[in-house]
Write a protein that binds this ligand. Sequence first.
Ligand code: NDP
Length: 282
Amino acid sequence: MTDRYAVFGNPIGHSKSPRIHSLFAAQTGQDISYQAIVAEREGFAAAISAFIAAGDGPARGANVTVPFKEEAFRLATQRTPRAEAAGAVNTLTFDAGAISGDNTDGAGLIRDLTHNLGCDPAGRRILLLGAGGAARGVILPLLLENPAELVIANRNEETAARLALEFADSFARLPGCALSVKPDGASFPGLGGRQFDLVINATSAGLSGAVLPLPTSVFAARCLAYEMVYGRATPFMQQAREAGARVTDGLGMLVEQAAEAFFIWRGVRPHTAPVLAALSGK
Ligand code: NDP
């Protein structure tokens, strides 16, 4: 019987996860099926139950995307420390009635930076834009890489300040990394005069084509500008390119977080380079 997996979101039509996981399965010789399921906004838990109950083979796991990661966190009967830190779950594993929750987004970003992009966060000045689920999921993994500085900036300054406060203990435990969110929260225009080696856009502004009011000075010489949104050119990428930064989108993170989920489920780590190349049409 084929083990079943799925990704849940709303919307979900755009998802590349079914293709990524079927490429991983073919590469590693794993017999799995993987589908994309749109859940009603108020019907995430019911959709998961229906998925577990239905089908020809056993339901083994699920990926979870916008807007259900926090709900997946609550649904999980047990959670990994990194899911606890993120306050959100993107990978569920079903086992004899138990639902384990993990968050592979941070690991995916770090692996993309270090393995695919040659950008070691250690010692770098990092600016993280956004304070939603994606930003929350990458803060601790970034801090564990010992950057020189991590500044969180968000449109809603209060949310940024609250997030920084939540992670204050982790910041404090990491000597050499200054917690640089201003007490009043860092606004985008308030970043004037600051420079960063790595600027990560974890906002969803790119999805609507919105321009972030970023001072161009934030992009230091040889800066890497990382847009978490993938599959489209966003205003952030344009801004960064015009400021002379090296620019990448979030496709590598997507593939790497999927590889981490695949490893959790199947105990085999797939090679990501050929999958990334296939998805980017290279
Ligand atoms: P959330 O809805 O939780 O958070 C959205 C964030 O974007 C908030 O900080 C919000 O600010 C900010 N934002 C939204 N619109 C604007 C705007 N017009 N101007 C400025 N800020 C804005 O989303 P997530 O954190 O879950 O996801 C963020 C993005 O990351 C998504 O686009 C998602 O596709 C991408 N992502 C990519 C992954 C990958 O593997 N490549 C993995 C996970 C996410 P405010 O608080 O002020 O509302």
